[in-house]
Design a protein around this ligand. Structure first.
Ligand code: GLC
Length: 803
């Protein structure tokens, strides 16, 4: 038993409770050193606010979307505590000293303030300290370096252009003060809704507690009840908004480079090479060089004299064009963006009224104040110009921390500390972290207007909690190193757990020169990133795969082709992410919460519930250790099966990334295409029998923001002597092109009988026989796979195999 004396002395605590008042689900606690309001917002969400004076919040939240649900709440009064309880929790508020104890529905304590006080003031700031109960793991925290588990680490939330970061650097480009506490198989979450330079400490300062703090108010945090990690992510994204559903083409491979464009051919030749080398790709990305000396919303007419004709040539090859836009506007009289913005007073200014001037790519630059709706509308309206030049319903928004001075030596000269907000208060301390969120909102609105009825795709570098409503992200300027190849996994996994499912890292590494081996291994991993793009720095060697020899090129081709083969799976997972918040790329602990071997595992991951990926992360390696959780796993390459739990060293020669499918998998696939607008043909479902499972396949035209979509649910129910696959009647208004459904049931001995809807189906002698009639079946002995083909008529069907 830990004695209280072991905890550090705390001054200025919120003190004793002297009065409690209830109004519906809001409980007010008047204390000797401040007051606290506890609101039961939803069955699994509790809001805790505290203040030293009368006001809980002086400004609206940028992060939350006003979510609440009715909840029956009970209260009990005891001599030393007030107890507030609902179906999923019991919250005890100690009266002698305002201290919270949170218990889950099984009455186990899952969180407890330090006994000496849950809230401590320091000047205008505060700190909340929670007792380390033992064995905690911490996940989430948005875009942060280090491994998956944050225990023993400390982070600052301060959006920073940190191009030289490595696997231990902090802070980075984004701020998401949300984390998941996971202990003894039970998860809950905490989100501190405060935009100042907040800090999260997971036992670095003192291993006996974890804490969150801010230099200024509000003290406003939310508790999310599990017990599943997925429950916590769902609740967090109910509060801060579900992720936007990106268009399908945005899930395709993208090709990019920071470069000077001398002529259109510089881009067109890369596009042609992608097609000639049969490396599927949807998008050619244009970096700052396409603009007229980095003036946003212009084209460099010397290179791109007719942007519309240029984008049309790419469209004819099946490419979309995505262009970069930075927030900064070149300071230059006569440039329309500058003139209009100055006239209307849209740019950030200092207390004396003069414009704030930064130093970015275009030289001296001014910054739109995206916290104002009229500024957002103005900036967004400029997307019509890009739309008219034939770019896609998209925008890559960069340098939006904001990155206000690109030369380290001059940082002080261009400091933002004197900038003030509309009320004349210091701007940077409170609003820096939400600058990119405002920009994303502006761009989202602009793209919606410029491309009516289409879902925008925004890729942002910076952001704050909630930006997932508008944008996907990439992890900024990584480097071509093996360490960064690995780092991309825990970073993206934690982003996924922080409500950002659409994320990726630059394939090949941005800074520094990659090697054929590193590039090949990066393609193998990067082809599974939710956002999958090769991008590199102007100062590094070019990074197109065909420049690295035939072997590396063929690895890139195979990896990207496999992604396209799985595109229907990715797309359905993207849809699920947009309604639930559950990420596409998942740490194993999300799927195997009861298995301690997964709790810190960040060298392998899941795509959706079924596919496990274990990339090679070491130079020169041709095998690696893989952990297989309980159950049966099938090797993608050999179809052999492995029983978990166990760790195994597996072969991983240069041309192979270890990939496994879990027994119970139902994975929608299709023909490999060169871009996602091409028809993928028959809907082919890989079924790996095992227990019971379902998958929902979502389809639409890939881009429209309407109700014209459909969903088909497939289920399998398997025992040792039979496999039953049911296909539900298609729901929704979208009608896919004429096609067949093909089931490939893997890992089987030859079935004694095959039935479709109660009628026996003959087994053809050759695979070609499948074309003869519908339904038809064929058993492939070499691959131990039963193929079953039937017309996709949208009706329900039941396929039974007797083994
Ligand atoms: C920033 C971005 C990088 C981009 C460059 C030029 O460094 O992070 O991706 O290529 O700016 O726009």
């Amino acid at each position: 038993m830990r004695r209280y004396a072991e905890y550090p002395e705390l001054n200025g605590s919120i003190g004793k409770v002297i009065h409690v008042q209830r109004d519906a689900n809001i409980f007010e606690f008047q204390c000797t050193g401040g007051k606290s309001r506890i609101t039961i917002l939803a069955p699994r969400i509790i809001r805790v606010q505290a203040t030293q004076d009368d006001e809980y919040r002086r400004y609206e939240s940028f992060a939350t979307v006003g979510y609440s649900e009715p909840v029956p709440v009970e209260e009990e009064d005891h001599e030393d505590r007030k107890v507030i309880s609902g179906e999923h929790f019991r919250l005890e508020v100690m009266l002698n000293q305002f201290v919270l104890r949170l218990l889950d529905s099984s009455r186990s304590v899952i969180q407890e303030d330090l006994p000496s006080g849950g809230v401590v003031w320091s000047g205008n700031g505060f700190e909340c300290r929670k007792r380390m109960l033992g064995n905690e793991h911490f996940y989430g925290t948005g875009e942060k370096a280090h491994g998956l588990d944050k225990r023993g680490l400390h982070y600052e939330m301060w959006n920073t252009d940190n191009g030289d970061h490595d696997s231990k650097t902090d802070p980075l480009y984004q701020s998401i003060p949300f984390f998941i506490v996971f202990r003894e198989g039970v998860a809950h979450g905490i989100f501190l809704d405060n935009t100042y330079r907040t800090e999260l400490d997971f036992g670095l300062r003192n291993p006996s507690y974890y804490s969150f703090s801010a230099p200024n108010g509000p003290l406003d945090y939310y508790l999310f009840l599990g017990p599943r990690i997925s429950d916590v992510v769902e609740e967090y994204t109910s509060l801060t908004g579900k992720p936007c559903f990106v268009p399908r083409w945005a899930l395709g491979h993208q090709q990019s480079r920071f470069m000077e464009y001398r002529n259109e051919e510089d881009v067109l030749s890369v596009a042609r090479n992608l097609r000639n080398h049969r490396i599927p790709c949807d998008t050619m990305v244009l970096d700052i060089g396409y603009m007229n000396e980095c003036r946003v919303f212009t084209w460099d007419q010397k290179v791109f004299s007719d942007p519309k004709a240029f984008t049309s040539s790419l469209a004819r090859m099946g490419f979309k064009v995505m262009t970069i836009i930075d927030p900064g506007v070149k300071l230059e009289d006569g440039y329309f963006m500058y003139d209009e913005g100055v006239r209307a007073g849209y740019f950030l200014a200092k207390e004396n009224g003069s414009l704030y001037v930064g130093l970015v790519w275009a030289g001296e630059t001014v910054f739109p104040d995206f916290s104002r709706s009229e500024v957002r509308a103005w900036f967004g309206s400029k997307y019509k110009m890009l739309a008219d030049s034939g770019t896609s319903n998209s925008s890559w928004i960069d340098m939006n921390e904001p990155s206000n001075c690109i030369y380290d030596k001059l940082k002080d000269e261009y400091s933002m500390v004197d900038v003030v907000d509309c009320q004349g208060n210091p701007w940077e301390a409170r609003l820096r972290n939400v600058y990119a969120l405002g920009m994303a909102q502006a761009v989202f609105g602009g793209l919606k207007d410029a491309f009516p009825g289409k879902r925008p795709f925004i890729l942002t570098r910076s952001g704050f909690a909630g930006y997932q409503r508008y944008a996907a992200m990439w992890t900024g300027d990584n480097h071509s190193t093996w360490d960064m190849l690995w780092l991309s996994i825990p970073m993206l996994l934690n982003l996924g757990l922080s409500g950002v499912p659409f994320c990726g890292a630059d394939i090949g590494g941005f800074g520094g020169d990659t090697t054929p081996e590193l590039l090949a291994r990066w393609y193998q991993l990067g082809a599974f990133y939710p956002f999958s793009r090769n991008h590199s720095d102007i100062r590094s060697i070019r990074q197109e795969p065909w420049l690295f020899g035939e072997e590396a090129e063929s690895v890139a081709r195979d990896s990207v082709s496999f992604r396209y083969l799985l595109m229907r799976y990715f797309y359905s997972l993207a849809k699920t992410a947009s309604t639930s918040g559950i990420p596409i790329m998942r740490p194993l602990v999300l799927e195997f919460q009861d298995d301690p071997a997964t709790y810190t595992l960040d060298t392998q991951f899941m795509i959706g519930p079924f596919l496990m990926v274990a990339p090679v992360l070491e130079e020169g390696a041709n095998s690696r250790e893989v952990y297989f959780p309980r159950g049966r796993w099938y090797d993608l390459w050999t179809d052999t099966s492995i029983e978990g739990p166990q760790s195994l060293r597996v072969d991983a020669p240069f041309d192979r990334i270890p990939v496994y499918l879990r027994a119970g998998s139902i994975i929608p696939t299709g023909r490999i295409v060169q871009n996602t607008d091409e028809d993928q043909g028959d809907l082919v479902l890989w079924v790996y029998p095992g227990g019971t499972s379902t998958t929902a396949v979502f389809e639409d035209d890939g881009v429209s923001d309407n109700e014209q979509s459909c969903e088909t649910t497939f289920a399998q129910d398997s025992t040792d002597d039979r496999v039953v696959v049911t296909i539900d009647k298609r729901k929704g208004r979208w009608k896919p092109a004429e096609r067949s459904l093909v089931l490939e049931v893997k890992g089987l001995t030859r079935p004694k009988s095959v039935e479709a809807d109660g009628k026996r189906v003959l087994q053809e002698k050759t695979v070609a026989g499948l074309e003869k009639r519908s339904p038809s079946s064929f058993y492939d002995l070499a691959h131990k796979t039963l193929h079953m083909k039937l017309k996709d008529d949208g009706n329900s069907h039941k396929i039974s195999l007797v083994l």
